[in-house]
Design a protein around this ligand. Structure first.
Ligand code: ADP
Length: 393
């Protein structure tokens, strides 16, 4: 289809504009009531027979919602009015197409739709890209007041807000689906190992050697522990998200707790756990939850920094808080991953074989925040990580 306007319809920033549109995943989507309702409202408010919401990619205008266009969905960029409307950040107003040199010989004016009036308000992303339009069309020439122009532009803002909400919803659904895939994958391995161990024990209950029985019981034990760990993380994360979590605070010895955690974890690993600083500090906090945070940070260092011989746990006392640091000399964390590290479900791509569900740091940060403390990390790729948290004293 040739360009019916004979003018350049491609703005300088078109590639970025189309990339901005793609972010919203709305092109080619199904009809949705919320967008139809905006068009219905526009027709009612302006007593107009036709209204539509369109999004424009590099070559096609996609009509997401419409009233009065008989379900038409696609128009060539070289023909649609939207292509002209997106060239400016203000309303494109054509009160009478017969008096407008760009539209007087347009096929939609002379022929198909017999359009006489057109008003197109740009749909603009928060970062300034015009990705589509909200349009009013009439088969009679007409004019609209300043107040009506403002109203139409406001409706285009509502269309943008709806587009954004829709994209956020899609992202959440996508995140949920990815999480279900990760969780089921992580659980399948221990379930399979557990099933196999129980089956072998069952088959050889009368003739199995003690060594075989011992090995299978160990395998079952490991799998049950892994499953319990995954289920506990899921349970804690959902309780935290629903704010169904209360702290059982007591006055206890933080240094003693750190020693206890290290004794527990030392058994399982090849790492040296060194403790440094003021071990006499006492805090008012939920001891079990603080232990959970400590174990998570130390276990993460063991999991994600397997070659760091020493893991250093440092405790320091400040005027109104105590600070606990867990540092390793492992691979560190990519700077563009750092801002996401405490988010729910976040797992880096180069995850360790015993990676969890991406909930450990989220749970830790919620626990620390609930105590009125802060949590953070300093890390550099190749130079290790220093995770820290504070608790008020
Ligand atoms: P999980 O519960 O799956 O272990 P976490 O929320 O505890 O997940 O950690 C999220 C991500 O942070 C991990 O996938 C890992 O990539 C990264 N991470 C956590 N601790 C460290 C560390 N000490 N060194 C390097 N990466 C780490």
């Amino acid at each position: 289809m040739d360009n019916v306007y004979g003018i350049n319809l491609i703005p300088d920033n078109d590639a970025e504009r189309v990339a901005a549109l793609d972010r919203y995943q709305i092109f080619n989507s199904h009809r949705e009531k919320a967008f139809d309702s905006i068009c219905e409202l526009a027709c009612e408010l302006f007593s107009c027979p036709i209204s539509h919401i369109s999004f424009l990619n590099s070559d096609t205008e996609f009509i997401k919602a419409e009233v009065g266009l008989n379900g038409i969905q696609y128009v060539s960029r070289n023909e649609g009015f939207c292509a002209v409307a997106i060239l400016q950040p203000d309303l494109l107003l054509v009160e009478d197409t017969h008096q407008h040199e760009l539209f007087v010989n347009h096929p939609y004016v002379t022929d198909k739709l017999r359009i006489r009036f057109y008003a197109g308000a740009p749909i603009i992303t928060p970062d300034g890209y015009i990705i589509g339009t909200l349009c009013l069309i009439d088969t009679e020439p007409r004019s609209i007041s300043e107040k009506e122009k403002k109203l139409l532009k406001k409706l285009a803002v509502v269309a943008m807000e709806q587009t954004q909400l829709r994209a956020e919803n899609l992202a959440l659904l996508q995140q949920r689906d990815e999480f279900i895939a990760v969780a089921s994958h992580e659980m399948r391995t221990p379930v399979t190992a557990l099933k196999a161990a129980v089956q072998i024990l069952h088959t050889h209950q009368d003739d199995g050697t003690v060594a075989l029985q011992k090995a299978m019981i160990e395998q079952a034990n490991r799998s049950v522990n892994k499953l319990a760990f995954l289920v506990n993380d899921l349970f804690d994360a959902s309780r935290l998200a629903a704010r169904k979590y209360s702290l059982n605070k007591t006055y206890f010895d933080l240094g003693k707790l750190i020693n206890h955690c290290c004794d527990l974890l030392k058994v399982s690993g090849k790492h040296e756990l060194d403790i440094e600083g003021d071990l006499s500090v006492r805090v008012v906090a939920d001891e079990e939850r603080v232990e959970q945070v400590l174990v998570n940070l130390i276990e993460n260092a063991m999991k994600y920094a397997p070659d760091s011989r020493i893991i250093l746990i440092r405790i320091s006392r400040w005027s109104d808080h105590v600070r606990v640091e867990v540092s390793d000399n492992g691979p560190g964390i990519d700077s563009d991953q750092l801002p996401h590290i405490f988010k729910r479900y976040f797992r880096s791509e180069n995850g360790a074989p015993q990676a969890g569900l991406g909930l450990g740091l989220y749970i830790s940060s919620e626990i620390v925040k609930q105590h009125g403390g802060e949590i953070g990390v300093e890390s550099e790729q190749g130079r290790g990580s220093n995770f820290w948290f504070t608790l008020p004293v």
